[in-house]
Design a binder for this molecule. Structure first.
Ligand code: AMP
Length: 535
């Protein structure tokens, strides 16, 4: 391969990672528009924005989303944040000691001991410097290593018995070093509800007036199989209401806000589905799950392997199945609405009534469930057209037990997450994705004096809020006007030395070809008026 080809190959290697993508202008204008709409609508409902870290301890998500969910078991981007690079190297040396047996002679024996001491010293220093946060298991492992290391230093290799003791200690040290984590397990956030709850607890927000209404937006990460509307880095806009009451008015208002937002974005054909999944008690959801399980056992043979497994692990999730062959069977299963306790039934009826009062159209979908215990009562989902199989643009629900599960006080909670990528796709598919583009003014200038004036004009026009392109190099007017056209500018401001000395500037309207001369102040006034007419 020639040098040039090799270089070309090298260059070709760098591409966005599968499932991630660059979002470019002009599309970014639509993203900004959607995000501005969210800021606007959510603030009119009294929500404040929260900005969260992109990564959190793995355990936060494992605990809140659930170990057995696809997200936690298969899709998280997790890594060990190594506190001190020397630590894993030393750990590796200890567990993979290059000689078959560190107790084979005195020299190796003392080299091995020095390595173990370096590990414990380094570990303790990292903990003292707050770089490493060992779990109780890790603390125990470190203590074991130190105890065994002490045993080693008092052991000689002279007789068979002490050699045996040394070997046992070496084996035990190896095991403990494997357990002692040399960093923190972190995860790129796959969703943000857990982080919002963590922040609520961490900042003592329960002492603020309740409920606390927060919204967020930003990237999330899940290692799913990429397809249209499904990415590994995708964007969510979400909101959570924490604390205070669980009155149905909260549920209805959060849904009303969502539909107002979608409406303001211009999303057409969105369908809202709602359901109630009761609460985790014998006379409510738990009783229903027993009945569901019994009904599923009867039709087990007709279900696919995934659903068969879920009968035992999480029967509610069978209702999520998209398998064509299972749909007719699922249709015969008992509905949760018939098994809600009186309180949950009343809550659900009131949510529906209040949605009607607010003019929010909905459809009930008894199969809309969430597989985790802390979810309760209201669940909802919104689908939009033009998205193929990934047609859910928003999912949400009530999760009264989550804050407590994460170590906070008992706290009511409800929230939603909108898939921004899918919202944008749907807007584009329906032709609603056009956000006005292009420059207002392109300044065509020629000559020294004209350049200085052009720079000043650009500054003043930008200050007045117009978007202006000022070419850095002198261009013939013909070429400059061609460029202005290509960039979709509305006007070209033509400044030659003549215009500057006359104090009359030429403005060309590119759509009509019309040219008019203005004094500087008249020009600004004219442009302002035109802008008001078009906005
Ligand atoms: P969830 O957090 O799973 O309830 O998802 C909420 C919303 O986020 C969904 O309705 C989707 O619109 C969106 N979403 C979830 N996963 C992805 C993904 N991998 N790619 C794009 N959007 C997603």
């Amino acid at each position: 391969m020639s040098d040039a080809t090799a270089k070309k190959e090298e260059r070709r290697k760098f591409q966005a990672i599968r499932g991630t993508r660059d979002i470019l202008p002009p599309e970014t204008a639509l993203w900004n528009h959607v995000e501005q709409t969210a800021h606007g609508v959510f603030s009119t409902f009294g929500y404040g924005e929260i900005r969260l870290p992109i990564f959190e301890p793995t355990d936060l998500f494992a605990r809140s989303i659930g170990e057995e969910t696809d997200v936690v078991s298969k899709e998280m981007y997790s890594f060990m944040d190594i506190a001190v690079p020397r630590l894993p190297r030393l750990a590796n040396m200890i567990t993979e000691w290059p000689w078959p047996d560190p107790t084979s002679d005195e020299e190796q024996f003392s080299a091995y001991q020095r390595c173990v001491s370096a590990f414990t010293d380094e570990y303790e220093r990292a903990v003292a410097d707050d770089e490493l946060h060992p779990s109780p298991v890790n603390k125990q492992a470190l203590q074991d290593i130190k105890d065994r290391s002490n045993t080693l230093s008092g052991t000689s290799l002279k007789d068979a018995q002490s050699k045996q003791l040394a070997r046992e200690s070496v084996r035990a040290i190896g095991l403990a070093v494997r357990i002692a984590e040399v960093g923190d397990y972190l995860t790129l956030r796959p969703e943000a509800t857990a982080s919002v709850c963590r922040a609520y607890i961490e900042h003592g927000m329960q002492s603020l007036p309740q409920p606390v209404k927060l919204y967020y937006m930003g990237p999330m990460f899940r290692r799913e199989r990429p397809q249209k509307g499904r990415y590994r880095q995708f964007y969510q806009i979400g909101a959570e209401i924490l604390g205070g009451t669980d009155a149905p008015g909260i549920d209805a208002e959060v849904i009303e806000m969502l539909m107002t937002f979608f409406d303001k974005c211009g999303l057409q054909g969105a369908t809202l589905y709602i359901n109630s999944i009761g609460h985790n008690a014998e006379n409510c959801r738990r009783g229903y799950i027993e009945k569901l399980k019994a009904a599923l056992e009867k039709v087990k043979d007709k279900l696919g392997p995934d659903s068969q497994r879920r009968i035992d692990t999480n029967p509610l999730r069978v209702l999520d199945s998209k398998l064509e062959s299972e749909q007719a069977i699922i249709a015969t299963l008992p509905h949760i609405a018939d098994h809600l306790c009186d309180e949950c039934k009343t809550h659900y009826a009131e949510v529906k009534r209040q949605l009607q009062v607010r003019g929010v159209l909905y459809q009930e979908n008894w199969r809309l469930v969430r597989g985790l215990d802390y979810y309760m009562r209201t669940t909802f989902e919104i689908t939009a057209p033009g998205l193929g199989s990934q047609n859910a643009v928003c999912g949400g629900g009530r999760y009264d037990g989550l804050v407590e599960l994460l170590g906070g006080p008992p706290t009511k909670g409800i929230g939603f997450a909108i898939g921004e990528d899918r919202l944008i796709l749907s807007l584009q598919e329906s032709g609603k994705g056009q956000v006005p583009q292009g420059r207002d003014i392109y300044i065509a200038w020629m000559g020294e004096k004209a350049h200085a004036t052009a720079i000043r004009a650009a500054k003043d026009l930008r200050k007045a809020g117009f978007s202006v392109d000022l070419p850095p190099l002198e261009q013939k007017f013909g070429k400059a006007l061609g460029q202005a056209d290509k960039l979709g500018a509305k006007y070209a401001l033509i400044l030659g030395d003549d215009e500057v000395s006359e104090g009359l500037w030429t403005l060309k309207t590119l759509s009509t070809g019309e040219q008019t001369k203005f004094t500087e102040s008249d020009l600004l006034e004219f442009l302002r008026q035109q802008k008001n007419v078009s906005s």
